[in-house]
Ligand binder design. Structure first.
Ligand code: ACM
Length: 529
């Protein structure tokens, strides 16, 4: 009797496990509203059933909108390796009736703006609608996350490739949503920067700020001043060989980012943080004697000569070349921690630099210290340190990028035992990085004063892409969500479960993430490698 009963219990148990397992493997296609999307969309409405992407499915655009070919091809490229289906793009005058992913330009859906989209999924098809190719591109990131994590594999996987039925309507809260990579303290090559771009694109960020010059290195070819790279690029923190991007390589990065609707904001920091330039060009120094190359980590000891006309001849050349490499609207001029520049020199220097940037057809961005100068309304201040600098900027009518070091600096350690990173602004665990709202953080700075948010990654302690990833992940998706999803729609308690669901994607994509104990990671689903 006893044996029979326990045998019966065992059968029940295994039946239960089978049911639980099949539920787990199909959850992604059962209820659209339960999808663990990051950033969280504005509105998700579930419907019955699901759409299955099959080998017969077509990715289609209208012949009226050939400008959609690149994003449609991008979608095909995302789906091909894991599905093994070899999609191409169908351009047709006839609307499909079934078995299609249709990408369409529309102006009939309110509120979508430049980057919004609607994704309408039925049993017959998935219809992606947006005002622009950019909106379609953002929607494709949502499609990736609606499919099983194994869609991110670069080898063929089993499927099925189901998306739950329903409608997502979505658009961003802020227009500027970015991350910064410091390629000056340590240099990272073109392939590393491309991976960085792909990682931020996956979470719908639209800006990559590149910190291209600092005391330890000059990283961009300037043809009128070749010494900058001949000398200034040849080292980095700790004394490694450094490096730089030729203008051709840099243009390639700008294009790679543009293909993902990401704007690159180039920064040349000044008047401080300029030792690499001072070591390369003797005339930038008071006595025409170049400084020595620098491989340490201390800041605040270098300055351009603000009272020397030569400095501005150099800056005219620099910004002319930089503007020519930059299709985006902004040039970042740094302006932080100029501790050995007198305030009475710093203020007119930044104003003159602003003139040069504007004369080259660009808007100036500077760190929050630049609000001491008379800024034009077209200029932008990036808040990192002093709230009073940022509020002064608001009083002067400039827009603010929110990058508070104690919340948004990706190079801060997670906790005291974290190996990489610094901690001068504090430790930033994953929850602390998420739990703030740009629109309420600083009294006097309201949503309408804010251009957006940016999470900077300074590279004093990181030397390769795996180390970069360990600081980026898992905090990056949170910063992307702060930029995209309004504060009233966000809570850590709910977000942490969606973040936990990303673990399988991180694994499949080979992302070296920090497995924070704050996050309920879900890594149970089976994936074929
Ligand atoms: C900064 O972190 N010095 C902008």
């Amino acid at each position: 009797m006893k044996t029979t009963l326990s045998g019966f219990t065992a059968i029940l148990k295994s039946l239960f496990l089978m049911l639980a397992f099949s539920a787990a493997t199909t959850t992604m296609a059962t209820d659209l509203a339960k999808s663990a999307l990051i950033p969280k969309p504005v509105s998700v409405k579930s419907a019955a059933g699901f759409f299955e992407i099959k080998s017969s499915t077509v990715i289609q655009i209208s012949d009226q909108h050939p400008e959609l070919v690149p994003v449609a091809q991008y979608l095909a490229n995302q789906l091909n390796p894991a599905t093994g289906y070899n999609f191409s793009v169908k351009v047709s005058a006839e609307a499909p009736v079934a078995d299609a992913i249709l990408l369409e330009i529309t102006d009939t859906i309110g509120k979508l703006g430049q980057e919004g989209y609607q994704l309408h999924i039925t049993k017959e098809m998935a219809r992606i609608s947006a005002n622009t190719p950019e909106g379609i591109f953002r929607a494709i990131q949502t499609v990736r996350q609606l499919l099983p994590a194994s869609i991110e594999s670069n080898k063929q996987q089993k499927g099925p490739w189901n998306m739950a039925a329903g409608t997502i309507t979505d658009y961003p809260s802020y227009t500027y949503r970015g991350a910064m990579l410091d390629v000056a303290r340590h240099f990272f090559g073109v392939e590393d920067v491309k991976r960085f771009i792909d990682l931020i694109a996956m979470y719908k960020m639209n800006v990559l700020h590149l910190h291209l010059a600092d005391d330890q290195g000059w990283r961009i070819e300037i043809k009128s001043w070749p010494a900058l790279t001949e000398i200034g690029s040849t080292t980095q923190v700790g004394g490694g060989k450094g490096g730089y991007y030729t203008q051709e390589e840099y243009k390639g990065l700008v294009q790679y980012a543009a293909d993902r609707f990401i704007t690159i904001v180039p920064e040349i920091d000044m008047p401080g943080h300029t030792n690499a330039a001072l070591a390369s060009i003797p005339e930038l120094n008071p006595d025409n004697i170049p400084t020595k190359l620098y491989t340490g980590m201390k800041v605040g000891f270098s300055t351009l000569q603000t009272n020397k006309e030569f400095t501005y001849q150099f800056l005219n050349d620099l910004f002319r070349e930089l503007a020519a490499l930059t299709p985006g609207p902004y040039l970042h001029v740094g302006g932080d921690e100029s501790h050995v520049t007198k305030k009475e020199d710093y203020i007119p220097f930044i104003e003159r630099v602003q003139e040069i940037v504007n004369a080259n057809g660009k808007q100036m961005i500077g760190w929050d210290e630049t609000t001491q100068s008379a800024l034009k309304p077209s200029s932008v201040a990036q808040y990192w340190s002093k709230a009073e600098n940022a509020t002064r900027g608001v009083e002067k009518g400039v827009k603010i990028i929110m990058s508070p070091a104690a919340k948004a600096y990706l190079d801060m350690k997670y906790h005291p035992k974290t190996k990489l990173g610094l901690h001068w602004a504090g430790y930033i665990e994953v929850d602390a990085g998420y739990k703030w709202d740009p629109a309420t953080l600083v009294p006097g700075i309201k949503k309408e004063n804010i251009l957006g948010i940016e999470a900077p990654l300074w590279s004093e302690t990181v030397t390769n892409i795996r180390e970069i990833e360990s600081l980026l992940f898992p905090r990056l998706p949170g910063y992307a969500e702060i930029g995209w999803t309004t504060g009233s729609q966000r809570s850590w308690e709910e977000y942490k479960h969606r973040l936990g669901e990303q673990a399988e994607r991180f694994k499949i994509m080979g992302i070296n993430y920090y497995p924070s104990v704050k996050v309920p990671w879900k890594t149970t689903k089976q994936v074929q490698h």
